[in-house]
Design a protein around this ligand. Sequence first.
Ligand code: 6CS
Ligand code: FE
Length: 301
Amino acid sequence: MIDHYPGRQGGSPLILPRLEPVTWRKWQRGAPLTQTQHARWTVDGFLVHQELFTAAELACFQEEAARLAEDARVLADESAITERGSGALRSLFRPQAHSALVRRLMQDPRILDIVEYLLDSPVYVHQSRINYKPAFRGREFWWHSDFETWHHEDGLPGMRTISVSISLTDNTPYNGPLLLIPGSHRWYVSCPTPTPPDHFRASLREQTVGTPDEGSLRRLAERGVEAVTGPAGLVTFFDCNTMHGSPGNITPWPRSNLFFVYNSVHNTPEAPFGGQPPRPAFVAERRDFTPLGRAGTTTPA
Ligand code: 6CS
Ligand code: FE
């Protein structure tokens, strides 16, 4: 098993060029996104879509996220991750296991059409989560490339995966908005620290392994950093390798986002490249790669 993106083996940090295309399909008339959006995706590694959903739909998503956060059965599940110190709900992984609405939303054609176009492939959900980033208690997510983790801890071989984040609350400059580094998706930052056993138990609360060194971050951030701010309902598509993070939230207003991670069916997980056993199913799908939407079954199980 050749590892084109080595890391987690000690030594010093490395910055290597991305091997896969960013966009697997050129823009053409009839594409589900504008030529400008397609160009922005290619150059920056992310794009922010306004008004993909109606205000009524957004209200349903918000109610569902609040219902899940108050369901004792859900909170007792291993997929509910709490904040260090306060015990407030930080993330709920695989919310579709508890919600028919989330199961429908994750295969909504308004999202799928764009993802399938950019990846030029049928897709399935590798991971999903609601990051609640609660008022006063929401702690930071340090800078990282999701791909670096999904490669070393879940075994995704290549970069053919897109995250879609639906903001369920207003994302202001103050309540811990998603920060993205434009253009960073084109470079793979190899992080030397070896993967500790059962690492996800700590990393989902605070990630300290698989995070880039400050020198690499300075180089990647030469074009600056972009904060995704705007009213609830923003939909941010970002490449699996776009460097991102978010500050803590000490304001009275939560910053909750619903994420779906769509992986190409041509990029299914192998043995984790970091040498540890695979992470559990609530964090990484390893069994059912049935394509979503029109490419696969049309109704959720
Ligand atoms: O380890 C993971 O898969 C998760 N960790 C972060 C910080 N982002 C991606 C994902 O939610
Ligand atoms: Fe992330």
